[in-house]
Design a protein. Structure first.
Length: 440
């Protein structure tokens, strides 16, 4: 882990006016971590391509290696060969007989999916993370696993990591989980489901937020030979089986990361082409490009690329927009609201409250610093753009998306200081290098 004292304390961005160029996207964090875990559970050897090298994916890769999974990385981490276990992963024997301890930083996908997957085998595990991870709820997932016979307990606070797992398999059958807190709970149950003792029926109670991330999970599972039948997005039927390696699996570019250069074009009236995702993308955040179209941006889509050209004047306000399907890219939309021709309300974002930070509160505080009038509720934020943007020092709350989103404000012709810029290592370590290469 990078020592804090060596981290750059801020990134000073000057007042920029334009943003033009062609950018190769880093691999998708969501797909990388799903592919890592499923490859580890699969029969056969999987060659993974275009992996994202970031803090979150490193935590997942290192955890699997500590669990005894053989993973051989290329020098630049972009490729890996995973020797699958052809079944659940058991706890490696320790000299003291103590549980296997895994540190997962603030990687929510790794914490939730490994909590479920490690109940399948045998042995004792303790999963820990950074301070913020101890504030990110896991109660609904743990209760679902307990109802399937898992022995999962809390080390500190009820309902939150760290968790202790005494694994002896999952019985299968039927289980219910609420859908309105985090789609990662459902993803975790789906990934582990083929190895339950009986086929698993998962019922989602209430509205399922971030549904495209669940569809992404189903797509990766299908590529590894497990097809899940589902009735809408409320009932999922997972057969017993063993994941089968497809041999090679290429991770597509990160659609959430694509939102930043595409938004940069929208703000500056420039033209940007991003490579690595397009019309054939399996990621829900591709829908962000259609939101840009509604705001007056010209969009061209190829099978694995997107090109956006921004308007010469202000962006069109969306009035009110429900972003429940694209919660990550919706943060970029909140900054775009600064450049719209009227107020905008972004709703359906209750999940922001339990992410890397309370993103609704954080976004509201920092938008006010640059001059916007902001109102917030439990699941929405309303932004009235300022007459004149103001230079500001932006607190990032150790949240990568705060840093990347507010960098875009500099394209409005004001200088912006981003505090603790190394937080972008979570998903896009080269972000500032890329941003400054194309911004003028």
């Amino acid at each position: 882990m990078e020592d804090f004292q060596f981290r750059k304390s801020f990134e000073q961005l000057p007042a920029f006016k334009s943003f033009e160029g062609t950018i190769q996207l880093p691999g998708s964090k969501s797909i990388t971590n799903r592919a890592f875990l499923i490859s580890a559970l699969a029969a056969g050897k999987t060659r993974l391509h275009n992996l994202l090298k970031s803090d979150d994916t490193r935590y997942m890769g290192e955890a699997l290696q500590k669990l005894g999974v053989k993973i051989q990385f290329s020098d630049d981490f972009s490729e890996a060969v995973v020797c699958g276990n052809a079944g659940p992963v058991d706890a490696p024997a320790t000299q003291s007989g103590a549980p296997v301890e895994l540190f997962l930083g603030n990687a929510g996908t790794a914490m939730r999916s490994l909590t479920a997957a490690l109940t399948l085998g045998h042995g004792e595990f303790v999963l820990r993370g950074e301070e913020r991870m101890r504030e990110r709820p896991i109660l609904d997932l743990v209760e679902a696993l307990q109802s399937l016979g898992a022995d999962v307990s809390y080390e500190e606070t009820e309902g939150y990591p760290p968790v202790r797992i005494k694994a002896d398999g999952l019985k299968g059958g039927s289980v219910s989980v609420r859908g309105n807190i985090s789609s990662q709970y459902l993803t975790a149950l789906l990934i582990c489901a083929p190895y339950c003792n009986e086929p698993l029926h998962i019922h989602v109670e209430g509205e399922l937020i971030s549904a495209p991330y669940v569809l992404l999970t189903l797509d990766v599972m299908k590529r590894f030979g497990i097809e899940v039948k589902h009735e809408g997005l409320s009932d999922f039927y997972v057969p017993k089986g063993v994941y089968q390696s497809p041999g090679d699996y290429t991770v597509e570019g990160d659609a959430s990361s694509a939102s930043y250069p595409l938004a940069a074009a929208a703000i500056s009236g420039g033209s940007v082409k991003v490579l690595g995702m397009g019309s054939e993308s399996i990621q829900g955040d591709l829908a962000f490009v259609h939101v840009l179209e509604r705001m007056g941006v010209q969009v061209k889509l190829g099978p694995d690329w997107v090109e956006c050209t921004g308007p010469k004047g202000k962006l069109k306000s969306l009035g009110e927009f429900n972003a429940v399907e694209i919660p990550d890219a919706a943060m970029t939309l909140a900054v775009l609201a600064l450049f719209a021709d009227g107020p905008m309300t972004i709703s359906g974002i209750a999940s922001w409250r339990v992410k890397e930070t309370d993103r609704i509160a954080a976004m509201a505080a920092e938008l006010r610093k640059v001059g916007a009038e902001v109102r917030e509720s439990m699941d929405s934020i309303t932004v009235t753009p300022p007459k004149d943007l103001q230079s500001a020092s932006i607190e990032t709350y150790n949240d990568h998306r705060m840093a990347m989103c507010f960098s875009l404000v500099s394209l409005g012709g004001v200088s912006i200081k981003i505090l603790d810029p190394a937080c972008v290592n979570k998903t896009y370590p080269s972000f500032f290098e890329d941003f400054k290469r194309f911004a003028k």
